[in-house]
Ligand binder design. Structure first.
Ligand SMILES: Cc1cc2nc3c(=O)[nH]c(=O)nc-3n(C[C@H](O)[C@H](O)[C@H](O)COP(=O)(O)O)c2cc1C
Length: 172
């Protein structure tokens, strides 16, 4: 199978997850290309399965990802496709599945995309990457959700086994 993996990432975690998924797909002897949303092709030529991953910022997936999904909705709903969402709220067990994660639920209901596989992964917290206001907003969110509020915190919450399970489902 020929896979195309499109990701939207700012701080790198959604991209890092894409790299891990790609490694699993390639280890299964499948062809896999990976591109950021800015470089996503407009035509799905020579693609059997499309995998899209997006980070969350301020409650929303990447706008360009939503636009891409709308533009390719027919293709997506007629071919094998998969989606993963990356956020900090997903570190909470009760918000870690497509059915229980409100960002994911809203995204599918808005775009009408029904991917064969979907997953919600916890991202990373790294205050050193955020600007003055972002630092304070994220600290407020962390405080509200019992997370670390110390500006020196750097935590990767991603469950890599869960990522591997998702990737293995794509090739089996
Ligand atoms: C400015 C900003 C806003 C964010 N907003 C949210 C949010 O609304 N909900 C959430 O769960 N995580 C939020 N996050 C956390 C990111 O989703 C998390 O850090 C993720 O790993 C980012 O993916 P990326 O590293 O691929 O950019 C936010 C992070 C930043 C920097």
């Amino acid at each position: 199978m020929r896979f195309l993996l499109i990701y939207a990432s700012i701080d790198g975690q959604t991209k890092k997850i894409a790299e891990r998924i790609m490694a699993t797909i390639q280890a299964g002897k499948h062809d896999c290309q990976m591109v950021s949303i800015e470089h996503a092709p407009q035509k799905m030529e020579a693609v059997d399965c499309l995998v899209i991953g997006s980070r969350i910022r301020f409650g929303h997936h990447d706008k360009a990802v939503a636009a891409f999904v709308q533009a390719h909705l027919d293709w997506l709903n007629q071919h094998p496709s998969a989606f993963y969402s990356v956020s900090l709220v997903a570190r909470k067990k009760e918000k870690s599945t497509p059915a229980t994660n409100s960002y994911c639920r809203k995204f599918f209901s808005k775009t009408h995309w029904q991917p064969k596989n979907a997953a919600v992964f916890a991202g990373k917290l790294d205050y050193s990457l955020y600007n003055f206001w972002q630092k304070r907003i994220i600290r407020f969110i962390m405080w509200m959700t019992d997370g670390p509020t110390d500006f020196s915190s750097k935590i990767e919450y991603t469950d890599w086994e869960k990522v591997d399970e998702f990737a293995n489902k794509l090739i089996n």
